[in-house]
Design a protein around this ligand. Structure first.
Ligand SMILES: Nc1ncnc2c1ncn2[C@@H]1O[C@H](COP(=O)(O)OP(=O)(O)OP(=O)(O)O)[C@@H](O)[C@H]1O
Length: 224
């Protein structure tokens, strides 16, 4: 009788390490991520959160170890072309085009994705409905972040890589972020977040990256 072989995890970080300028930024990271799960990365400034997200996005390669998607190394050329279509990337650099309207800023990405009809509902959900026809340069920092989140919804890819997604959001914005993350996971989506600020994500795995250098006394310690 053939033995049942469970499917590989959607993502597997297998002993991933990263060197930058001859220094180790990340050492032997092991994480297993299945559909519908969330991973929250925390750690001091410079501990490597963005570096790990960038490797997951395929912008850079691990110096040792491997990142597997459905059991395949994401850096293999044939695999990477498929893998990158699974990703939705949100970073502090917002890639918002100031000269375009708020709606065009979302629809443009939607069209590139070969989709239509999601931009308006996504902007409404993120509370930007009445600003849709304004130029994006009119938006505040928090509104720009909401626009980025509307893009995630309009593009609707399964793996979300979010670098500091709650920065600049007000309390309602953070609740909306938590809501869309929860809804995405219900559909089997994966969410990987790097954050310094608390975000409520149910049953999330947590990865606290260690401080890279021995901590020196700062003026904050002296004040305390
Ligand atoms: N392209 C690069 N070349 C050299 N060093 C780099 C490069 N990118 C990042 N680093 C270094 O790698 C370390 C980790 O940076 P990273 O941005 O991943 O940290 P982080 O945990 O996201 O920090 P923060 O909380 O400040 O956002 C830092 O010391 C940084 O200087």
């Amino acid at each position: 009788m053939p033995l049942y072989k469970p499917p590989p995890p959607r993502l597997l970080l297998n002993n991933v390490s990263c060197m930058r300028n001859a220094q180790t930024v990340l050492r032997n990271i092991n994480v297993t991520v299945h559909d519908g799960s969330a991973l929250v990365m925390t750690g001091a400034n410079g501990s490597g959160k963005t570096t790990l997200l960038r490797m997951l996005a395929g912008f850079s390669r691990p110096s040792a170890g491997e990142i597997l998607w459905d059991g395949n190394d994401i850096t293999s050329p044939g695999v990477f072309q498929q893998y990158k279509l699974q990703l939705n990337w949100l970073s502090l650099r917002d890639a918002v085009k100031d000269k375009l309207t708020v709606l065009d800023n979302v629809q443009w990405f939607e069209v590139l994705e070969g989709r239509c009809g999601r931009a308006k509902p996504a902007l409404e959900l993120m509370g930007l409905g009445r600003l849709m026809n304004d130029k994006a340069r009119m938006l505040s920092m928090g509104q720009r972040k909401r626009l980025q989140l509307a893009r995630l919804l309009a593009i609707d890819r399964p793996i979300w890589l979010l670098d500091e997604p709650s920065v600049a959001l007000d309390a309602e914005g953070v609740q909306l972020l938590e809501y869309i993350i929860s809804e995405h996971r219900k559909k089997g989506g994966i969410v990987i977040v790097a954050t310094h600020l608390p975000i409520k994500i149910e049953d999330a795995m947590s990865l606290r990256l260690p401080q890279r250098f021995p901590r020196r006394m700062t003026s904050v310690d002296m004040l305390n």
